[in-house]
Design a protein around this ligand. Structure first.
Ligand code: URA
Length: 302
């Protein structure tokens, strides 16, 4: 009998503190709320943190439903509707803080801006001022490229990780060091290749870029490939192979095969899909397959 007592007490206690006990209801949204108090706001923050939200995008709420109209009218009216001079198209499309580009309008703006970039420095400058991709808000800086444009080989990864975000160059962390060793194995180093990513800003928490983020960044990486003009394109990992080569299968099936990559100007580049070095760090038994792919690249280069 005695042992049942604490259980009864616990149950009563829980019932008394019931107001915001539902874990699916944010305390700040409770229907019984009157004015928000500092305690309730603190409770709401704890609730968000427990739900996995660990960063904020801005200080003020933003009405995402209002944005597309504001943006499409700006796209419709063209750069002339903006105060920036027409000679700076990136600035002309750069949104004001109150109306960031989103979704399809951002993709349309990205395509227009990417096509307008005449060389790689111009493309980099365009990306520096582009506000249409949410990843930029949480990233420390743009991670544009490493290596030498015009090299015979261009490698494209998924997106920067923490080290790349801090340093501003692609593939400088552990995966990058492995990539260097893979290149070295076929007699290459960073002075003989050009390196970039499908998305040039670090996705928060190193998550995979969403399809929307990927589509918004796609015109930029395509233009970067066109301007860097490699002879061979190496797509590292599933996202790169699927996005750039239209591969439908997983990377373990797609790797090791050659694909045609069509540039916007009609030029064709030979492309190969390979396992991502970060995956190889987690699955060292796959290094044999990666070595076979590096040898295939080496043979093509000879
Ligand atoms: N992984 C990538 O795909 N790119 C980088 O730049 C670093 C890690």
């Amino acid at each position: 009998m005695d042992s049942a007592l604490p259980v009864v007490r616990r149950k009563r206690k829980r019932r008394r503190g019931r107001a915001n006990a539902d874990p699916f209801v944010n305390p700040i949204d409770s229907p019984n709320d009157s004015a928000p108090t500092p305690e309730r706001a603190a409770g709401a923050l704890l609730w968000w943190a427990a739900a996995g939200v660990n960063f904020t995008l801005g200080e003020r709420p933003f009405d995402h439903f209002a944005a597309p109209e504001a943006v499409s009218s700006r796209l419709r009216d063209g750069p002339a509707a903006e105060s920036a001079p027409p000679s700076r198209p990136a600035a002309a499309f750069a949104p004001r803080a109150s109306a960031p580009l989103l979704g399809a309008p951002a993709q349309a703006a990205a395509a227009e801006l990417a096509a307008a970039a005449r060389d790689l420095p111009a493309l980099r400058a365009t990306l520096e001022s582009f506000e249409g991709c949410g990843l930029k808000k949480t990233a420390t800086q743009l991670v544009f490229s490493d290596g030498v444009p015009g090299s015979r080989v261009m490698l494209v990864g998924e997106g920067p990780g923490g080290d790349e975000d801090r340093i501003g160059r692609p593939f400088v962390g552990r995966a990058g060091q492995l990539l260097d060793r893979m290149l070295q194995a076929i007699g290459l180093d960073r002075s003989q290749v050009y390196i970039a990513n499908v998305v040039p800003w670090r996705p928060p928490g190193n998550r995979t870029p969403t399809p929307e983020e990927t589509q918004i960044c796609l015109p930029f990486i395509k233009r970067q490939i066109e301007l860097a003009a490699p002879q061979f394109l190496v797509c590292l990992g599933a996202l790169s192979a699927q996005t750039l080569l239209g591969v439908k299968s997983g990377i373990t099936r797609a790797r090791g095969s050659w694909y045609p990559y069509m540039c916007g100007d009609g030029r064709e580049i030979r492309a190969i899909a390979m396992l991502h070095p970060a995956y190889l760090l987690r699955s060292p038994s796959q290094k044999r397959a990666a070595w076979a792919d590096m040898r295939a690249l080496s043979a093509a280069l000879r």
